[in-house]
Design a protein around this ligand. Structure first.
Ligand SMILES: [Zn+2]
Length: 324
């Protein structure tokens, strides 16, 4: 078996597309997902809004919502090639474009893949695929604005780096109770055949579930196995992704404790810019700007710096991200 054949077909298709917000490739990703799910579960009915975000209900509405995003941070749309790294920690996927390492886009193809697997297996819930997450939650904030009476118990996003986080706070705002986070981490670990080690993490920044946190009690984000997202160094731990998939299919989502009381986001909401202003208002100092500069430098100079400086830059980037 060729190593690339280890990548599940739908994941391979998604990772091969550079899909910035508003691109044809972002739309193709949506079509790919619908066709792929349809072949296994033809009964599932899809909805799509004018922005291009799409969603589908599997089974009765049970207050359980899952999200991932269709766009990537690539600046130019198109296609790219994948390669496999066989490392001690597992099989990793990386991407090349025009002969150079590039952003893989497992942020958030990994999350999309997990959701398609759950849909095919008939895991009950509402599955939402948003456009424009990387541009400040465009798809999700639009959806919430258009559906002010939207109701659910939980919104679980699959859009976090690493392999162990169940996010309780996004940008310093508690969007999911510690009880819910701990119960979900425990459920993942118990169903993970000894291969998963999730725990609560209050260091989240932003993803689509945050847009629901004023109206939905438990809004979280789960590590899906990608690393160094938004940089040419991005990789995806495929071994972890498949282990997580196996556990996700066994979690009893509607048994998780619903504790948090949704409340307005008083910390970040500036009113006049609207809901998604949360994304832009986070920096009260120059941390965001510095973080962007480091990321830009990494993306532009990856091939020119030696291994030690690379590591230092990546450490700086992670540190700055954690401050945001
Ligand atoms: Zn993402």
């Amino acid at each position: 078996m060729k190593q690339l054949d280890l990548i599940p077909p739908v994941l391979h298709s998604l990772l091969s597309l550079r899909r910035p917000y508003g691109s044809v490739e972002e739309e193709i990703a949506g079509d790919t997902i619908r066709m792929h799910v349809h072949s296994a579960a033809p009964g599932i009915v899809w909805d799509k809004d004018s922005n291009g975000s799409m969603w589908a209900q599997v089974g009765e509405d049970n207050g359980v919502v899952f999200t991932a995003h269709l766009d990537t941070v690539h600046r130019t749309p198109g296609s790219q090639d994948l390669f496999i790294l066989d490392l001690d920690q597992g099989m990793f996927i990386g991407a090349e474009h025009e002969g150079k390492e590039t952003v893989l886009g497992a942020d958030d193809a990994a999350g999309i893949f997990l959701m398609t697997e759950m849909m095919k297996a008939g895991v009950q819930g509402k599955y939402m695929f948003f456009v424009g997450e990387e541009c400040g939650g465009i798809g999700s904030s639009f959806f919430v604005k258009e559906h002010p009476n939207f109701s659910a118990n939980m919104v679980v996003s699959f859009d976090r780096r690493g392999t162990g986080s169940v996010i309780t706070h996004q940008g310093g705002w508690q969007t999911c109770s510690n009880e819910f986070g701990a119960a979900l981490a425990k459920a993942l670990n118990q169903n993970g055949a000894g291969k998963l080690a999730y725990r609560t993490d209050d260091g989240g920044l932003y993803t689509d579930s945050r847009e629901f946190a004023e109206i939905v009690p438990e809004c979280t984000n789960i590590s899906v196995g990608y690393f160094h997202e938004h940089t040419a160094k991005e990789t995806l731990n495929l071994t972890h992704l498949l282990n997580l998939r196996d556990a996700l299919l066994k979690v009893q989502w509607d048994k998780l404790p619903i504790v948090r009381v949704p409340a307005p986001d008083v910390i970040w909401d500036t009113g006049w810019m609207g809901r998604s202003s949360a994304w832009y208002d986070v920096p009260k100092d120059n941390t965001k700007e510095l973080s962007d500069r480091v990321t830009t430098y990494i993306n532009g100079n990856w091939d020119k710096v030696d291994a030690k400086l690379r590591q230092l830059l990546l450490d700086m980037e992670s540190y700055l991200d954690e401050q945001l």
